[in-house]
Write a protein that binds this ligand. Structure first.
Ligand code: MN
Length: 200
């Protein structure tokens, strides 16, 4: 199944005449899988956690954002797949549109799958996610280290995002959204809004 079909939900929810969000289908996948954590200040303010799997960004809404502390279990609720170009999206989605509000790229980088089977062979990352448990190392500018996503409820699906080990370079967990700065541009949410008002 190609990236375009898997993005049908993403496209169906959005009017690309009205929002500057990427429609998808442009970029070829890079060598190393990517991740991005976006702060999304919409009807609720939450973090969107996205991991590259094949040609799309698998996505979860994480109300409190990822933590750098192994004791913190963070609820992660699946949302629709996003195009790879969405990693770069920072800006304002018009009021009244799907997800209307402000998006800031809080962190991004590479995501290295870690899972092995009993014989020590790497397991397929997409397959691990389908089975409901995947481990990976995040190499971002803030998030660094091993993490796991584990499904704990089917039906109205819910997952937990947890850092799996202490480490010297533990990285930084999610801050208060108002103080957070973009890993791409150094801007705060308020500065992204102000720039959109200027038409920049
Ligand atoms: Mn969101």
């Amino acid at each position: 199944m190609g990236g375009r079909d898997r993005l049908r939900d993403h496209r169906g929810k959005r009017d690309f005449e009205r929002t500057r969000e990427p429609e998808g289908g442009g970029t070829a996948p890079g060598r190393e899988p990517r991740f991005v954590v976006q702060i999304h200040d919409a009807s609720t303010t939450h973090f969107d956690f996205r991991l590259q799997v094949g040609g799309v960004l698998k996505s979860w809404s994480v109300p409190k954002g990822p933590s750098a502390e192994p004791k913190d279990k963070r609820l992660a609720v699946p949302t629709e797949d996003h195009p790879l170009e969405y990693e770069e999206f920072e800006g304002v989605i018009p009021h009244g549109e799907y997800g209307g509000g402000t998006v800031l790229v809080w962190d991004h980088g590479t995501c290295e799958p870690l899972g092995h089977d009993r014989r020590g062979r790497p397991v397929d990352f997409a397959e691990s996610l389908r089975r409901g448990h995947a481990t990976f190392r995040l190499n971002g500018s803030k998030l660094r280290g091993p993490y796991a996503l584990t499904r704990f409820r089917g039906g109205e699906e819910a997952w937990l995002l947890v850092r799996t080990a202490e480490g010297r370079s533990g990285g930084r967990g999610a801050p208060g959204p108002r103080r957070a700065r973009s890993a791409r541009t150094g801007r705060t949410l308020a500065q992204v809004v102000a720039a959109a008002g200027d038409g920049t």
